[in-house]
Design a protein around this ligand. Structure first.
Ligand SMILES: Nc1ncnc2c1ncn2[C@@H]1O[C@H](COP(=O)(O)OP(=O)(O)O)[C@@H](O)[C@H]1O
Ligand SMILES: [Mg+2]
Length: 233
């Protein structure tokens, strides 16, 4: 991945290549083009392509960008670079397209790669802080360098607690100190570049979830057994 991918996402021309299969909202694969040269690919989610939801206001693309900024502020590197910008179908989120092995997802990686369990556990912390309601197994990607990436964060940051995830293997165990340090950064103050994309009550709730985790110091559990997304993969 080039070092200046954020600049490319912001400045390259966006040429829609096609609509992603199985996507519920209009999710486009787009080519990033500079001087008639393709410099990368991106996932473009325009506001105009959103299907209305009863539990989230329009503007899910802003949550995609907030998730990237939160992951960066926490030093986690979970969310691929994502920017807010104009495109052929209007304002949207534009996220770096990860060249992933699409046979793999959370369940297969957890099963086959104990060496990546710690990296996977960071997703559990991130999703709790972000209040992710849609961590399907297929929303965890692995690239050729064994880097794990999280995608599809449009349904994050609600003020009400509504975590839904497939990642429960770490529940009850202690959170490593490096991850606690990541949580501390947002527990003290939600970064302005994240807060500016959310409603005030959502910013307060984000900070409260981070503080809650810092007090417990263990990965959250789900006594109800119902906090799963559907479908699971
Ligand atoms: N940054 C990305 N890199 C690679 N593939 C992606 C990326 N974002 C999305 N995809 C692919 O596109 C599919 C649909 O994207 P997703 O964000 O899940 O949209 P939807 O909101 O429609 O579910 C994903 O399941 C994944 O295969
Ligand atoms: Mg999805």
């Amino acid at each position: 991945m080039p070092a200046d991918e954020l600049t490319l996402l912001e400045q390259a021309e966006l040429h829609i290549e096609g609509r992603m299969p199985w996507s519920s909202n209009a999710t486009y694969l787009a080519n990033l083009v500079v001087d008639d040269q393709q410099v990368g690919q991106a996932i473009y989610k325009p506001l105009r392509g959103e299907r209305p939801l009863w539990d989230f206001e329009p503007g899910l693309h802003r949550r995609e960008v907030a998730a990237y900024r939160l992951s960066e502020a926490m030093g986690l590197g979970i969310v691929p670079p994502t920017v807010l910008r104009d495109g052929p179908v209007g304002e949207g989120s534009v996220q770096w397209f990860v060249d992933a092995d699409h046979q793999q997802h959370y369940f297969t990686v957890y099963e086959a790669r104990p060496d990546l369990h710690e990296a996977l556990s960071a997703f559990a912390v991130f999703d709790f802080v972000a209040n992710n309601t849609d961590r399907k197994s297929g929303h965890v990607l692995i690239d050729a360098h064994d880097h794990l990436w999280g995608i599809d964060h449009g349904l994050c940051f609600a003020a009400d607690f509504k975590l839904r995830t497939v990642i429960w293997e770490f529940a009850g165990s202690s959170i490593p100190s490096s991850l606690l340090a990541a949580v501390e950064t947002v527990a003290e103050r939600v970064p302005l570049d994240v807060a500016t994309l959310l409603a005030d009550d959502e910013v307060d709730a984000l900070q409260e979830r981070a503080q809650w985790l810092l007090e417990r110091r263990t990965f959250p559990a789900d006594p109800s057994g119902r906090r799963y997304p559907w479908p699971l993969v």
